[in-house]
Design a protein around this ligand. Structure first.
Ligand SMILES: [Zn+2]
Length: 189
């Protein structure tokens, strides 16, 4: 399956110069927020293209309105959601995980200050690069703001999916391997 993260999708569409990408570029250059309509169009493009055989939506939908437009996009293509996976994690633990994460600037491999440092300090395990980067919004204050947005706007869409029996909960506090196995079991089930 293709992983569809809206941030990555916006950047990819701009780079690819698709019709929607050109619109996104104009909006971003004007310093405005990309509208739900544009995000939907972008997802539609991918569902008709490389994600025709399955997709994992990452960071989307974030609001009830987006959940409804996703349903519409899928319905128009005779498709539907199989699962909605909720990773439940203690909020303080989440802040620690997010503020400590960084990635290799060359190959994108993920690392963490406390949980997953490169084997050789300052050198990427995978590609040997010595350049790393951090997302500027991965600081504690911004993370707390994102969480209160999640509680206010995103968590309320869970009942929408629960009513359809789609929500599966995974204990996100468990080790990575256990979390991954839990998700695999849901997808295989
Ligand atoms: Zn690397």
């Amino acid at each position: 399956m293709i992983q569809l993260s809206t941030g990555d999708m916006l950047r990819a569409a701009v780079k690819a110069g698709t019709p929607v990408g050109l619109k996104v570029k104009a909006v971003m250059e004007a310093g405005e927020l990309v509208s739900d309509a544009i995000v939907s169009a972008l997802i539609g493009e991918r569902l008709d293209g490389d994600a025709a055989h399955g997709a994992i939506f990452d960071g989307y939908p974030r609001t009830q309105a987006q959940a409804e437009s996703l349903d519409l996009l899928l319905r128009e293509r005779g498709r539907s959601l199989d699962h909605v996976i909720e990773l439940s994690v203690d909020e303080d633990a989440l802040v620690e995980r997010i503020t400590g994460r960084f990635t290799c600037a060359v190959c994108g491999t993920g690392y963490h200050d406390r949980f997953k440092l490169p084997v050789v300090s300052g050198v990427c395990d995978v590609c040997g690069s010595t350049e790393f980067k951090r997302r500027p919004d991965d600081n504690a204050e911004t993370v707390r703001t994102r969480m209160s947005e999640y509680r206010a706007k995103t968590a309320p869409i869970l009942p929408y999916y629960e009513a359809r029996g789609l929500v599966k909960r995974i204990d996100g506090m468990a080790d990575i391997e256990i979390v991954a196995a839990g998700i695999a079991a849901i997808l295989d089930g």
